[in-house]
Design a protein around this ligand. Structure first.
Ligand code: NAD
Length: 478
C-alpha cells in the first residue's frame, strides 16, 4: 500500500516562540498503521523540556492575559486560516499516522480544527466577561498556565478544542500530544509561528505521558490541566493535580448506548447506528457501541447490522471512498482481537466478523468489522471500552429495561435514541445519564458542549461552554 508522505523527522520542540533542541537525545518513531512502516519521528521529551515549556508559558502569561479577548481571538482566527490552507497536507498526514480513510480525514481530522480556531471571535461575544451582582462587579479571568494533554484518535481536533479556547480565555498553554499520532501538532506550532503569536503563548513538548505529561501536570507553575484520553490516565492525572488542588477538566472514555424504541424505523436506525459504532475503525470516544433493540425485533436488527457491517470492507485508507482503515497500532489491534475472543467465550452470539485478520490484508493493523448479539450487561464487551469496530446488540423487554441497560455502565459520554415520536425520544434521552444524546441520528453540532457524566469525565469542550472552562470568576465589591 502507498505511503502518503516521506518520512518526517521532527527533532526540535517549540518552546518560548522558538524551535529548540530537546534536552535528551531520545526519539520516538511514528508508525503508519497501514504499511507498518516508520512515517516519522519526534523527540522523546524529558521533565527538563517540560519545565522549560511551563516556564516559557508562565513568562508569557501576564502580557497575553492583558490583551482583550477579541485581540486574542483574532490570533486564533489567523491560526485557523493557516490550518485551512494546509488542509490537504494535514488530512494526508493524519491518515499516515492514524489510518483513517483519506476522504474522512480531510473532512473531519483536517476540517474541524480550523473551525475550532476560527469560531473564537464569535464566541467571545457570547461570554459575560463582566457582570454586576448587587454591589459587586463579577469578572471572568484566565485560569493561567494550562497543561493540555491529548490522545491520538482525533489528534489535531483534540488539541484545537483545548488550545483555541484556552488562548482566547487569556491562558498560555503547554501541549503534550499523543506520542502515537504527534506529527500534526508540529503543523499547528508552525501555524502559531506563522501568524506571529507572542512567544510562549503556545508551547509544544512531545514525549511519553508518564514522563512529560506527569511533569507538566505536577509542575508548580501550571495552573490548570485539560486532559483527553483514557479513564485510566485521566484518573492518574487527577490524582497528581489534586496534590496542588489544581482544577482538572477531563474528557475520557465511553461505552455509549443507542436505544432503538419499538416504533422506530429499524432499517434506518440500525444502519445509522452501525456507522456510529464503526467511524474511525471504532476508535471514537463517543462511538455508539451498545445497540439496544426490542427483544421481538432482535432477529431483524441482527440481519440489518450484519449486512451493513459486511459492506464496511477494510482496506487501504488512501483509496478514495474506502470506508474503514486499520486500527492505529499493533497494540490496539491485539486488544480488540482479545475483546472479540472474550465476547465469544462469555457467550455472546457472533453475528459477523471475528478475531481472524480480514481476507487479503496481511499487512497493516486491520480488524474485521464485528457484530455481536444477545449481549448482556454482565459481559465484558458490554462494559469495557473496546476502541475497535465491534458492535454489541443488546435485547431489552420494555422501556424501563432499556433505561436500566443503557445506564448500567461506569461511563456516561454519549447516547442515541430512535423513535417515530420525538417527544417520546426526548423523554427517554432525559433519562440516559450521558453528556450528549442524539435523537433519530441528530447531526453532531461542533458548537454544542461535549463531555461526560460518571467516569467519562467532567469537562465540557466546544463552543461557549468550552471557552468558559478556561475562565475563573472574581468578584470585586464596589
Ligand atoms: P491515553 O490515556 O493512553 O493517552 C492520552 C494522552 O495521555 C497521551 O498524550 C498520553 O501520552 C498521555 N498520558 C498517558 N499516561 C499519562 C500519565 N500518567 N500522565 C499524563 N499523561 C499521560 O489515551 P489514548 O489511547 O491516546 O486515547 C484513547 C482514549 O481517549 C480512549 O479511552 C478514548 O475514549 C479517549 N478519548 C476521549 C475523548 C473525549 O472527549 N471524552 C476524546 C477522544 C478520546
Amino acid at each position: 500500500m502507498a505511503s502518503t508522505t516521506d518520512t518526517l523527522t521532527r527533532d526540535k520542540l517549540y518552546i518560548g516562540g522558538e524551535w529548540v533542541e530537546p534536552d535528551g537525545t531520545g526519539m520516538i518513531d511514528v508508525i503508519n498503521p497501514t504499511t507498518e512502516e516508520v512515517v516519522g519521528s519526534i523527540p522523546e521529551g524529558t521533565a527538563e523540556d517540560a519545565d522549560r515549556a511551563v516556564r516559557a508559558a508562565r513568562t508569557a502569561f501576564d502580557s497575553w492575559a492583558a490583551l482583550s479577548p477579541y485581540e486574542r481571538a483574532r490570533y486564533c482566527e489567523a491560526i485557523g486560516a493557516q490550518l485551512t490552507e494546509r488542509g490537504d497536507e494535514l488530512g494526508a498526514l493524519i491518515t499516515s499516522e492514524l489510518g483513517m480513510p483519506i476522504g474522512l480525514s480531510r473532512m473531519i481530522q483536517a476540517g474541524l480544527p480550523p473551525l475550532a480556531f476560527s469560531s473564537m471571535p464569535e464566541l467571545v461575544e457570547e461570554v459575560a466577561w463582566e457582570e454586576e451582582v448587587g454591589n459587586s462587579l463579577v469578572v471572568r479571568e484566565p485560569a493561567g498556565v494550562v497543561a493540555a494533554i491529548t490522545p491520538w484518535n482525533y489528534p489535531l481536533n483534540q488539541i484545537a478544542l483545548k488550545v483555541a479556547p484556552a488562548m482566547t480565555a487569556g491562558c498560555t498553554v503547554v501541549v503534550k500530544p499523543s506520542e502515537v499520532a504527534p506529527l500534526n501538532a508540529f503543523v499547528l506550532a508552525e501555524a502559531c509561528e506563522a501568524v506571529g503569536l507572542p512567544a510562549g503563548v503556545f508551547n509544544l513538548v512531545t514525549g511519553y505521558g508518564p514522563v512529560v505529561g506527569e511533569a507538566i501536570v505536577s509542575h508548580p507553575q501550571t495552573d490548570m490541566i485539560s486532559f483527553t484520553g483514557s479513564t485510566r490516565a485521566g484518573r492518574r492525572v487527577s490524582e497528581l493535580a489534586a496534590a496542588r488542588v489544581k482544577p482538572v477538566a477531563v474528557e475520557l472514555g465511553g461505552k455509549s448506548p443507542n436505544v432503538i424504541l419499538d416504533d422506530a424505523d429499524l432499517e434506518k436506525a440500525v444502519t445509522h447506528g452501525v456507522g456510529k459504532c464503526f467511524l474511525n475503525s471504532g476508535q471514537t470516544c463517543s462511538a455508539l457501541t451498545r445497540m439496544l433493540v426490542p427483544r421481538e425485533r432482535l432477529d431483524a436488527a441482527e440481519q440489518i447490522a450484519a449486512a451493513v457491517a459486511e459492506a464496511y470492507t477494510p482496506g487501504d485508507p488512501l483509496v478514495d471512498g474506502s470506508a474503514m482503515g486499520p486500527l492505529v497500532s499493533d497494540v490496539q489491534r491485539e486488544r480488540v482481537r482479545g475483546y472479540i475472543e472474550k465476547g465469544k467465550q462469555e457467550g455472546a452470539k457472533l453475528v459477523t466478523g471475528g478475531s481472524q485478520p480480514p481476507d487479503g490484508l496481511e499487512q497493516g493493523y486491520f480488524v474485521r468489522p464485528t457484530v455481536f448479539s444477545q449481549v448482556t450487561t454482565d459481559m465484558t464487551i458490554a462494559q469495557e471500552e473496546i476502541f475497535g469496530p465491534v458492535l454489541a446488540i443488546m435485547p431489552y423487554d420494555d422501556e424501563e429495561d432499556a433505561i436500566r441497560i443503557a445506564n448500567d455502565s461506569e461511563y456516561g459520554l454519549a447516547g442515541g435514541v430512535w423513535s417515530a415520536d420525538e417527544e417520546r425520544a426526548k423523554k427517554m434521552a432525559a433519562r440516559i445519564r450521558t453528556g450528549q444524546v442524539e435523537i433519530n441520528g441528530g447531526t453532531w453540532n461542533p458548537m454544542a458542549p461535549f463531555g461526560g457524566f460518571k467516569q467519562s469525565g467532567h469537562g465540557r469542550e466546544a463552543g461557549r461552554f468550552g471557552l468558559e472552562e478556561f475562565l475563573v470568576t472574581k468578584s470585586m465589591q464596589l
